[in-house]
Design a protein around this ligand. Structure first.
Ligand code: FAD
Length: 352
């Protein structure tokens, strides 16, 4: 049986829920198809000690402030999952969990959405599948020669899994710094942190609020035809969240340059130095999960789908939400996704 709706939203994480909120306000008939068995998107899978880099009220989706978490200024991932589950219920959003979309195809006036539980014929599609399911590992010489354990951020849980071991953490972004700090502060793990360029910490009093304010100021300047104020990238790469600050100030977070290659027993640098390792944790980022859109043939050589705001340039019935700044400033953050979600819902309402 083929279901018919105005809009299918693919992905039911924060971006998919924000889309649902605004589609409802446009009185559109929609459904959200989410591969995950439960609400919460990627937040269900973060490592144990992860906390947001902004206070709760600055991490809210449209319509409902995230409540504060007792005893925490920066809520943990479990609190975000609870908030998203409550958000889905409170707004009675029609999310079908456990439904993976395998393909979206053009079929006459419609877009045909093929999921593992059925077919949906839609007049428009919002893709909000995030990046968590596509961890990126760089091609590094000797990677397959290393006989220890290799894992990506998506598989890291806690230092307890590495007690008494030597661990190399690769990556100079937030996840690399936080993972290295988590392991180093534990005191039972020998950590070597490597980064491609010297780590760039944001000022200690900057958190996600500052990043959002800077991204907003830049968007306004560009919209009003003023000089580009420069985005968040110019501020640094690493938010100095409390554990990162603590590890750095204790001298536990000193980065080495990237190694030249891996050998069976560890990492080797170009100057001949060597670090034995039992495990390598790759905190090397993600790519957008866009495989379901392959039949539409929209990807550029960079692997992104070119957009004007959220709308795909090559398919006006398709919008992309979340993923990164290329679908709207701060679109891949809790507080930032509301605005592009509103724009996408309005554009779809106009189109239909
Ligand atoms: P996701 O949360 O990944 O949700 C996508 C959903 O789509 C998932 O449920 C998935 O199962 C589903 N899906 C995927 N493919 C398909 C398919 N083919 N068919 C159907 N469903 C599919 N942001 C902040 O605002 N504050 C922070 O402090 C913060 N910290 C972060 C820390 C880390 C380590 C990371 C990685 C990110 C952080 N972010 C933070 C960024 C951002 O908020 C998250 O990445 C967020 O999870 C993105 O939401 P999303 O809805 O776009 O994607």
């Amino acid at each position: 049986m083929t279901h018919r709706v105005d809009v299918v939203v693919v992905g039911g994480g924060q971006a998919g829920l924000a889309a649902g909120y605004h589609l409802r306000r446009q009185n559109l008939d929609f459904t959200v198809l989410d591969a995950g068995p439960a609400p919460g998107g990627a937040w269900q899978h973060m490592w144990d000690s992860l906390h947001l880099f902004s206070p709760a009220e600055h991490s809210s989706l449209p319509g409902r402030l995230m409540p504060a978490q007792a005893g925490e200024i920066y809520p943990d991932a479990g609190h975000v999952v609870d908030y998203l589950a409550d958000y889905e219920k409170r707004y009675d959003l029609p999310v079908q969990h456990g439904t993976r979309v395998n393909a979206v195809r053009r079929e006459g006036e419609s877009l045909l959405v093929e999921a593992d539980t059925g077919l949906w014929r839609a007049r428009a599609v919002i893709s909000a599948t995030g990046t968590w399911s596509r961890p990126f590992l760089p091609a590094v010489p000797g990677r397959s020669a290393f006989t220890g354990r290799q894992l990506h951020t998506v598989n890291y849980r806690s230092p307890a899994d590495f007690t008494g071991q030597r661990v190399v953490v690769v990556g100079g972004g937030n996840s690399g710094a936080q993972t290295a700090a988590d392991l180093a502060l534990d005191g039972q793990v020998e950590v070597t942190w490597v980064t491609q360029r010297p780590p760039q910490f944001l000022a200690d009093d900057f958190d996600g609020r500052t990043l959002f304010d800077v991204a907003t100021a830049r968007r306004r300047a560009l919209e009003e035809g003023r000089r580009d104020t420069g985005g968040v990238a110019s501020l640094g790469d690493i938010v100095a969240v409390p554990p990162v600050r603590a590890a750095r100030d204790a001298g536990l977070l000193v980065a080495k340059p990237m190694f030249a290659r891996l050998a069976a027993d560890g990492a080797r640098w170009a100057d001949g130095s060597h670090s034995g390792a039992d495990a390598v944790i790759w905190c090397t980022g993600f790519r957008p999960a866009l495989a379901h859109l392959a039949p539409l043939n929209l990807r550029s050589a960079r692997g992104h789908i070119p957009t004007d705001g959220t709308r795909a340039l090559g398919e006006p019935r398709l919008h992309l939400l979340g993923y990164g700044d290329w679908t709207g400033p701060a679109s891949a953050t809790l507080i930032g996704v509301g605005r592009p979600a509103r724009d996408a819902a309005q554009a779809i309402a106009q189109l239909l």
